[in-house]
Design a protein around this ligand. Sequence first.
Ligand code: NAP
Length: 290
Amino acid sequence: MIHRQVIHMSADGNALGVTGGDGDRIRVLADGSRMPALGLGVWQTPDGLECEQAVRWALELGYRHIDTAQAYGNEASVGRALRDSGVPREEVFITTKFHPRSKDPVLEAERSLERLGVDRIDLYIIHWPEGGPTWAWPGMEEAQRRGYARSIGVSNFSVGELDQLLGVASSRPTVNQAQFSAFEYRRGLLEACEERRIAIVGYSSLGTGRHLGDRTVAEIAQRNGRSAAQVLLRWCLQHGVLVIPKSTHRERIEANGQLFDFALSDEDMAALDALDRTGGTDAAREGGWW
Ligand SMILES: NC(=O)c1ccc[n+]([C@@H]2O[C@H](COP(=O)([O-])OP(=O)(O)OC[C@H]3O[C@@H](n4cnc5c(N)ncnc54)[C@H](OP(=O)(O)O)[C@@H]3O)[C@@H](O)[C@H]2O)c1
């Protein structure tokens, strides 16, 4: 079973899936950067007070990783909340995503830096492989060379697209952000990424809220004295997948972050694994959704 492997192995040799210890909370990427395994996602979080509040709460509650994108239109709010929080910049890991309908990753990185009000993005990823998986990469590498981004990576790339990219890359992608949940258990993609030392950051791990009402998840949650959201997120962590749940409610942001003081049993992991509806695919997405 894959999750056993992941529990005992990670890029830095630390255990990722066991409770306690830094190794549970931090993923060391292939380029040596340290990425918190838990972040706050801010897709569909309106720019302005709502976004600022969510990010500020998350930082107060101990989150040290925020996931935004040029397409979300809320980088400025993320930046404001970061400054207002008083948490030192170097303690917070900021991801933003290059909008692939723009032309120039370097220029767009400069604009992101300005909106965020920071000198460097911790992780800059191509949001999806529109127009093919390779054309934007030289610009991503240039953004990294100029110091605009510490790490670079991709999102929504299937294995074939990753391999095309690896064929031309001087600086390898460290992350592939992909839809990943018990219901979208992309086992083929996960295994291929592990072999290529690319970390998967899972998005929509709560199904954008849709998976929270599932009966199997509810039973496991009840047995463990946890919420459905905590169970779904913990399942990702035990598979070595980083999580970025979104919420604009303080109490949910708090609860969603309480993932490191319990572990799911092999039986519970197997029951959740069985919810997969992708057939263990190595694809990052179903069909062409853009
Ligand atoms: N790379 C990509 O293409 C891509 C695509 C999609 C998402 N993402 C990233 O991944 C992040 C997460 O994915 P997502 O936004 O699709 O959704 P998600 O994290 O799967 O679920 C968020 C939804 O669940 C609700 N929720 C959160 N915690 C809850 C809890 N404890 N109890 C009940 N409801 C809860 C939220 O509502 P409230 O806000 O009202 O609490 C929201 O409606 C995004 O924000 C974004 O940063 C990336």
